[in-house]
Design a protein around this ligand. Structure first.
Ligand SMILES: Cc1cc2nc3c(=O)[nH]c(=O)nc-3n(C[C@H](O)[C@H](O)[C@H](O)COP(=O)(O)OP(=O)(O)OC[C@H]3O[C@@H](n4cnc5c(N)ncnc54)[C@H](O)[C@@H]3O)c2cc1C
Length: 368
């Protein structure tokens, strides 16, 4: 059995950040993921400015990503408001972002194993991680396996047995769209975002209730139907040229609260909790959560934190302090966005008070 100091499960933004930080702190880290990078993922690709200085400081170049400073919010009926974003964002594809962070982690000495983890156990102060091909032991295991994995089922995490009606669908298009704007378009049963990425491709990524999806034969037909029904999306998407052979989709997206630890494995990113996508803050939370987890883990290994129970307690405390407020506001805003009449009224009121819109957005984000 191969042995290492720390195993991170998942080479997404949370896992890559945690691994990079730990390697820079002199720790021996191996990251497991079932899929090689680079690859496309379902995501709005709106990366909050909150984490851009941090990524730059790690050598992750984002200079080709368009800066987004404005929000267009549109109701299903076609009413809209515009607002400046207090912090703003950059438009960067997951294909590029995850790959660039992966390269930084590799340069810092992180090792990668492209195999799915099938089981994790803990006994005699040692973790054992099993893939189909091999078994490994480690002093610590961090969980950064995203929204939903068989490991959640094996760990008996309660959210796994509660089906969620939400699906996410994404496509890149060749079309004209303002590079400095993110558009948030609400429709019956969901909402979607439009923004330009570093290649010039425009990302349309949306969240949709499965009841709305089930009467359409496939992801493309669903997108066409939604677009044709929306007075502001229809003229944009009817001329757009899809850039992937097929749209990407994921189902069962759960926003339920999750425990941050299970059998001494501490979680970061979506494995810890998913914020509603309309906030455009999940990637920043994954990166910030990965940093926090790496820093406390380093403290534990250096003997500054007594034991694994104390580590979990401290992590939960700091994680809640960092993210609780934005999760709460994200949930409130999602309820508003999915309530057509409430949204029409809200957009009418907020359209007269741009400061109110900015204050709401600020509550769903952290600071750089
Ligand atoms: C529709 C939608 C739109 C969104 N839009 C935005 C947006 O515009 N801006 C924003 O900031 N956030 C957005 N988000 C949220 C954002 O995508 C996530 O919060 C972010 O990807 C979380 O990163 P992560 O590292 O936790 O997980 P992921 O990036 O999902 O990485 C998890 C990794 O774990 C691996 N894995 C899983 N199981 C195993 C296993 N058993 N063994 C090995 N590896 C495993 C997976 O292969 C994957 O690579 C959106 C989310 C959705 C659903």
């Amino acid at each position: 059995m191969e042995s290492t100091e720390i195993i991170v499960i998942g080479a997404g933004l949370a896992g890559l950040t945690a691994a990079l930080e730990l390697a820079e702190a002199g720790r021996q880290v191996v990251v497991f993921d079932s899929h090689r990078l680079p690859r496309h993922k379902v995501c709005g690709e709106y990366l909050s400015m909150e984490v851009v200085p941090y990524l730059n400081s790690k050598g992750v170049d984002l200079s080709d990503a368009p800066e987004i400073g404005h929000l267009l919010l549109a109701t299903p009926g076609g009413r809209s408001l515009r607002a400046s974003l207090p912090l703003g964002a950059v438009g960067i594809s997951r294909y590029a972002l995850d790959q660039r962070l992966y390269e930084a982690a590799r340069a810092a000495g992180v090792r990668f194993v492209w195999q799915a983890v099938e089981a994790v156990s803990f006994s005699d102060h040692q973790f054992r991680v099993r893939t189909r091909e091999n078994a490994y032991s480690a002093r610590l295991v961090l969980g950064a396996w995203g929204k939903r994995s068989r490991l959640d089922r094996l760990a008996g995490r309660p959210f796994f047995s509660k089906p969620s009606p939400w699906m996410g669908i994404k496509m890149h298009y060749q079309m004209d769209y303002p590079g400095n704007q993110v558009g948030l378009y609400a429709f019956r049963g969901g909402y979607g975002g439009l923004s330009v990425t570093e290649t010039g491709a425009v990302n349309f990524c949306y969240l949709i209730h499965r009841d709305r999806f089930k009467n359409t034969p496939d992801l493309e037909a669903c997108t066409r139907l939604l677009a044709s029904e929306h007075p502001l999306l229809a003229p944009l998407l009817s001329e757009a040229k899809p850039l992937f052979p097929k749209a990407l989709g994921i189902s069962n997206i759960s926003f339920h609260p999750k425990k941050l630890g299970s059998n001494h494995i501490l979680m970061a990113g979506d494995a810890a909790r998913l914020i509603h996508p309309l906030c455009g803050n999940g990637m920043a939370m994954a990166i910030e959560g990965g940093r926090l987890l790496a820093s406390l883990t380093t403290g534990y290994i250096q003997g500054k934190i007594r034991d694994l129970d104390a580590l979990e307690k401290e992590y939960s405390l700091q994680w809640q302090g960092k993210f609780r407020q934005r999760l709460r506001f994200g949930s409130l805003l999602q309820q508003l966005l999915l309530h057509p009449r409430g949204l029409e009224i809200g957009v009418g009121i907020a359209g007269k008070s741009p400061r109110l819109v900015q204050q709401l957005i600020e509550k769903t984000h952290g600071r750089p």
